[in-house]
Design a protein around this ligand. Structure first.
Ligand code: E4P
Length: 217
């Protein structure tokens, strides 16, 4: 499973990228707002750091305007994936940009039918939002599983990009289901290293190392 980092914070992207943990980046208007940066500038900077796909989201609602924005975003770098919402206008934009050879990430997916439409429109990525489904007492992971089944049934090449990930548990569950990519905030990727028994075991080893006077360098 590829790891995308869900942030527009340059320092955090660099830190994880140096450890080989970043295969791509996703942003959205809320993350751009949080960064306090200009979308074109910060996206260009991210694209220069990361070799893999960098998703940048359109903010128009009509297909013609989305297309103009998508084409402008795509000019930033070769590794841009234009992010469009899962609406008819978004699907139409997806089809046109895909036909032009531009990567498209169809976002705000909350149902298997929506994912089916995105695949038919040739999306490079479909982004089902796990956490936001969990928030309304639905099971976001069930959606990932359903989309995996449907895409495999028909050999759709659209990559399942599990999004709105809120916990380390979401990451391992997505990997078990077979999501192609999971995009998570930096703190969730870091939390994957945590285990209470690792902490406990390390405390015991450190105490014994001190008692034994072990010195290595
Ligand atoms: C990424 O592509 C999505 O925009 C992001 O994962 C949404 O996450 P949220 O539901 O935590 O805002």
């Amino acid at each position: 499973m590829q790891f995308f980092v869900d942030t527009a914070e340059i320092d955090q992207i660099k830190e994880l990228n140096d450890l080989g943990m970043v295969d791509g980046v996703t942003t959205n208007p809320s993350l751009i707002m949080k960064s306090g940066r200009d979308i074109l500038e910060v996206t260009k900077e991210i694209c220069a750091i990361i070799d893999g796909p960098v998703s940048a989201e359109v903010v128009a609602l009509e297909a013609d305007d989305m297309l103009a924005e998508g084409r402008k975003l795509a000019k930033i770098a070769d590794n841009i994936a234009v992010k469009v919402p899962l609406t008819w206008a978004g699907l139409k934009t997806c089809k046109t940009l895909t036909d032009d050879g531009i990567m498209v990430n169809v976002t705000l997916c909350f149902s298997a039918n929506q994912a089916l439409l995105a695949a038919k429109a040739g999306a490079t990525f479909i982004s089902p939002f796990i956490g936001r489904l969990d928030d309304i007492n639905m099971d976001g992971l069930d959606l990932i599983e359903d989309i995996r089944t449907i895409y495999d049934n028909y050999g759709f090449e659209t990559n399942i990009l599990a999004a709105s990930i809120r916990s380390a548990n979401h990451m391992s569950e997505c990997a078990k289901i077979g999501a192609d990519v999971a995009t998570a905030p930096p703190n969730v990727i870091k939390a994957m290293a945590n285990h209470v028994l690792t902490d406990k075991g390390l405390d015991a080893f450190m105490a014994d190392a001190k008692k034994a006077g072990i010195k290595i360098v």
